[in-house]
Design a protein around this ligand. Sequence first.
Ligand SMILES: Nc1ncnc2c1ncn2[C@@H]1O[C@H](COP(=O)(O)OP(=O)(O)OP(=O)(O)O)[C@@H](O)[C@H]1O
Ligand SMILES: [Mg+2]
Length: 397
Amino acid sequence: MDHLTPNDASSVEQPGSRKRRRAATKAPQAHSLPTLIAPDVEAETLLRSTLDALSAHIAVLDEAGTIIAVNQAWRAFAHASGYADANHGVGMNYLAVCEAAAAVSKDASRTAGALRDIMAGDRSEFRMEYPCRSPQGPRWFQLRVTRPDQAQTRRIVIAHEDITEVKRTQEELTRLSGRLMHLQDEERRAIARELHDTTAQNLLAITLNATRLHEGLRDAGEPARRVLVETLELAEQSLQEVRTLSYLLHPPLLDDVGLTAALSWLARGFSERSGIQVAISIENSGEPLPRPTATALYRVAQEALSNVHRHSGSKRARLALYRTKDMVQLDVVDGGTGLGSLVEAGREEARQIGVGISGMRLRLEQLGGRLDIRSSPSGTHVSAKVPITLADSDQPL
Ligand SMILES: Nc1ncnc2c1ncn2[C@@H]1O[C@H](COP(=O)(O)OP(=O)(O)OP(=O)(O)O)[C@@H](O)[C@H]1O
Ligand SMILES: [Mg+2]
């Protein structure tokens, strides 16, 4: 058995093995297991070849913050960027460099602060993504500062990894998802209008005709009258269903009257269908809101309420819409189990499957806003914020 499969032997339950296995789970966590080197390998050669094989630009600092080693990738980048220093930083104090740059760069200031904390032993790691100019044009890097947990040497490792491709893919994905959501909204709006303006009108005409027929056929036989009554009932039921569907797809209130009215309508319908009481509080909603903002907040309310119904177990919810100085905010609060219960029960995968929360987040980010979720065993608080400017308020819905 190799060291990668330490638990194979425990697949057959032995007397007392449960106790041993529990002890085994208390063994060192994966991240605290240091590098293991075969006894006949020369450590310095290994260290050099390993550092040089890494794509990240790496510098190793001593406990005072002075650079004592840099790898090949670091040197190549420094060289390509035109740094004249032949040592490519070795012997310089990295903290002093960051502090000197802190006046003109927020990123340098954050790094200096984190490095000081790491040197003082107040934290062991710091990560930051930052944009950077490079000879190949604008790039994104991830900086990772770590203090390896070894008693005999107190070193700090600085690693800058080029994450430009990941960033570009993320940006492209966000752009595409935003576009898809916009198209979906537009399509829903078009279908809702079509259903409302054409199908519902035709169904209404059918019910009116059937009613007139019913009145005109007073002398007809009972079977014919029964067929007509049934037709009338079916037409009325279909009309009701088409109207509800059209409203759910896109409430006309949202376009015609505004978000406040649409939310009230949503909360009322949701309460009737789910039996969950929704207290709604809307003060100074900031309306008229731009159409994308109103649509996004409406969709967030729809999804958050649907989550309350499907996951929280709560019998009550609160929906609030209000405007602060430069934001419009929507809160949906429930008194249910919270998101954490699933994680504790080992059903982490359930959190991964849904698209509801990521969809809400994405919608808001498209508008420069954000979604915050606070959750405890006594409930969940979903809060959506979208920035709003004075010019926005003047725009029609
Ligand atoms: N109000 C809530 N109370 C308790 N758990 C919640 C609540 N809202 C969300 N969750 C948990 O978070 C998970 C993710 O929610 P999300 O809306 O993203 O997905 P979903 O509702 O499962 O599926 P989808 O929205 O895609 O139909 C849910 O599966 C549920 O476990
Ligand atoms: Mg959901």
